[in-house]
Design a protein around this ligand. Structure first.
Ligand code: URA
Length: 211
């Protein structure tokens, strides 16, 4: 997709792990482990342009200036419940990050997003938000989440998913062209039930073993 605001992370490690997750025979245990590993790799890419600051330290030999990131300015915002599967991996790479949660469920008839929970750290206007949800399908949840987050005037918002489809990318970009999308793959299409094809099924059910 020739769009500078969509980043497909096609690193072989990412693609390999994603392929293993797609297999319907993958156990809950391995699905969760792979998602955790993949989340670390996605975090690596999405934080590539994170601002750094110089601090003075002393090595065993002399004083020097080194660069560090301010993890506390970063907030991972999980769209419940499947977004939580991405948090652990990302937090193991950026342990200083804060965490927010947005509870949205898809109305099964209209496929629109309904909010039932919203909790974010204070002073969002000083922070960079990275919204996480494994699947960007219809885009309804992502659009609603970003809309709600923009009310708090954060410094920046990025969206990270494992998998998306042309319909999901188009919808999120139309509603929020300023929000870059990071994904491991853009699949063929959405089906009539709002599932991504070929996809990996219901990410929440597969990571929590609820089906
Ligand atoms: N949510 C999922 O978990 N899977 C899809 O394919 C679409 C939305």
């Amino acid at each position: 997709m020739a769009n500078s605001n969509v980043h497909v992370i096609d690193h072989p490690l990412v693609q390999h792990k994603l392929s293993l997750m797609r297999n319907k025979e993958a156990s809950t245990n391995s699905f969760r482990r792979l998602l955790n590993e993949l989340s670390m790799l996605l975090a690596y890419e999405v934080t590539r342009d994170m601002p750094m600051q110089e601090v003075e330290i002393e090595t065993p030999l002399e004083k020097t200036k080194v660069k560090v990131i301010d993890g506390k300015k970063l907030v991972f915002v999980s769209i419940l419940r499947a977004g939580n599967g991405i948090l652990d991996g990302m937090l193991s790479v950026v342990p200083g990050a804060r965490v927010g949660h947005i509870g949205l469920y898809r109305d099964p008839k209209t496929l629109t997003a309904v909010e039932y929970y919203f909790k974010l750290p204070q002073n969002v206007e000083e922070r960079d938000l990275i919204v996480v949800d494994p699947m960007l399908a219809t885009g309804n949840s992502a659009i609603a989440a970003v809309e709600r987050l923009k009310e708090l005037r954060p410094r920046s918002i990025k969206f990270v998913c494992l998998l998306t489809c042309p319909e999901g990318v188009a919808a999120l970009q139309k509603a929020h062209p300023d929000v870059p999308i990071y994904t491991a793959a853009i699949d063929r299409q959405l089906n009539d039930h709002g599932y991504i094809l070929p996809g990996l099924g219901d990410a929440g059910d597969r990571m929590f073993g609820t089906k």
